[in-house]
Design a protein around this ligand. Structure first.
Ligand SMILES: [Zn+2]
Length: 270
């Protein structure tokens, strides 16, 4: 199972996840920028992560909101643990009266993977938290944060969703949109959330996607689907996503599952 997903899922339990990571991530250097204060094993790493977090914060906010966020009242702490593995991260939030009251981030893995993948992903969560002022639906929070990761991670999730659909393990959208807990198939959940986010953004752009998610959460997903995408309801959106996926995944390398089926002569996905 993908380590990033498992650690990211710890966002749900907030402090428990942070505590586990910070015990092993006690560090020797700190670097402060306007919006982040980073603890890392060396001054050089602390500065690199803090500077990159600032760059991600301004770039990603402009992508999603059309403008940068004002400086936070308090810097977001980031604990960095360097090891030889793929990068992972966890960010927990507190909310008070429709605003973020506190936030806390931890990332670990190889430094190059942290900078390319985990850090942009976690910073995207902070942009969404500021926009929503409360918890964002899980599928959208994780799916759309994956869009900030590098091509390698995005392609990996493209493949995950191909496998998911080939084994018919995807959730009906009406169910996915209402899921408040992470399911046991975390990778499939991330992959489907990522693919649907990509589809909606290709149809209408990022600001519309955020408005759709906000309206869906408060006014219902059928109405939000009609208002923002001109489709009659979530079932029609689900069908549109499947059709789009068949075209979007054309040319992707075939999954191991499909190859095994082809070799055994079993019927392939239509
Ligand atoms: Zn995440």
């Amino acid at each position: 199972m993908d380590a990033r997903c498992v650690r990211d899922a710890l966002r749900r339990w907030g402090l428990a996840g942070i505590a586990l990571i910070s015990i092993s991530g006690l560090t020797g250097a700190s670097h402060r920028t306007t919006n982040f204060v980073v603890e890392a094993p060396s001054p050089d790493i602390a500065k690199k992560v803090a500077d990159h977090a600032e760059l991600c914060r301004s770039t990603i906010a402009r992508q999603w909101l059309g403008h940068e966020l004002p400086a936070w009242n308090a810097p977001c702490p980031i604990k960095v643990k360097i090891n030889g593995g793929e990068a992972g991260g966890v960010t927990s939030f507190g909310f008070n009266r429709g605003k973020v009251s506190d936030q806390d981030m931890a990332v670990e893995g190889r430094l190059d993977r942290i900078l390319a993948s985990a850090l942009p992903h976690e910073v995207t969560h902070t942009i969404f938290a500021a926009y929503f002022g409360g918890p964002m639906p899980r599928w959208a929070d994780e799916g759309a944060s994956l869009l900030s990761e590098d091509l390698r991670e995005r392609q990996r999730h493209d493949q995950i969703v191909i496998d998911l659909l080939n084994r018919r393990g995807n959730f009906p959208l009406a169910r996915l949109f209402r899921m408040e807990e992470y399911p046991s198939d975390l990778m499939g959940f991330y992959g489907q959330g990522y693919s649907i986010s990509r589809f909606l953004i290709e149809m209408g752009g990022r600001p519309r996607f955020l408005k759709f998610v906000k309206d869906g959460l408060h006014s219902g997903w059928d109405l939000a689907t009609r208002n923002h995408y001109g489709l009659s309801d979530v079932r029609e959106l689900d069908r549109a996503w499947h059709s789009w996926h068949k075209v979007a995944s054309h040319g992707q390398p075939k999954s191991d599952l499909v190859l095994v089926r082809a070799q055994s002569g079993a019927e392939l996905e239509e």
